[in-house]
Design a protein around this ligand. Sequence first.
Ligand SMILES: N[C@@H](CCC(=O)N[C@@H](CS)C(=O)NCC(=O)O)C(=O)O
Length: 207
Amino acid sequence: MTPLKLSYFDFHGGRAEPARLALAIGGIAFEDHRFAFPEFAEVRKATPFGQVPTLQVGDELITQSDAITRYVGKLAGLYPTDAFQALLCDEVLSVLEDAAIRLVPTFRMTGEEQKQARLALVSTSMPIYLAWLESRLLAQGGEFFADKRLTIADLKVFVEVNSLNSGRLDHVPADLVEQVAPALNAHLKRVAQTPAIGQYYAQFITK
Ligand SMILES: N[C@@H](CCC(=O)N[C@@H](CS)C(=O)NCC(=O)O)C(=O)O
């Protein structure tokens, strides 16, 4: 198989995490190139847009996290073959990307500016996106977002809900998801119980 090298920051989250999980679940060998934040200035020089993640597929350097996630999702059998189920899957990925695009600028802010920007998101767009995700999930039967099974849509929701629940986002209440869209937390637990996901994170626990 063509060698794969996925490059991204060294933390359990962000735009590469759904692809890392999909590769782990699929048992697909890849080079997991993780780098510390100070190394980003150097890493980005080798990327077309100065951004990560990138996926090296043989001789080709590929950008765009959702395209990467979709590709490895197909390799791992975590992407629907039915066109409509694939549409449901893609819609969720794009909605999460829209939500992320609103949040990302606040990481470059500090103090009162960051507080006001995040509080505005917490009272406006975030509940809208979360409530929509919950209603989509429930409309599909409440367990998975598409295809009545685990797909990359579930993996991306899992990563983003984990991040919101972490309490590490200043001014975003750690119980926001529980307050607005509790079915997403039940979904989070369901996905976390996937044996391959438990095994994937277990390898990072230092003994
Ligand atoms: N559309 C791109 C966006 C990638 C992106 O913005 N990545 C962030 C890290 S999560 C980054 O590299 N930011 C640096 C910058 O844009 O200058 C994707 O989905 O991969």
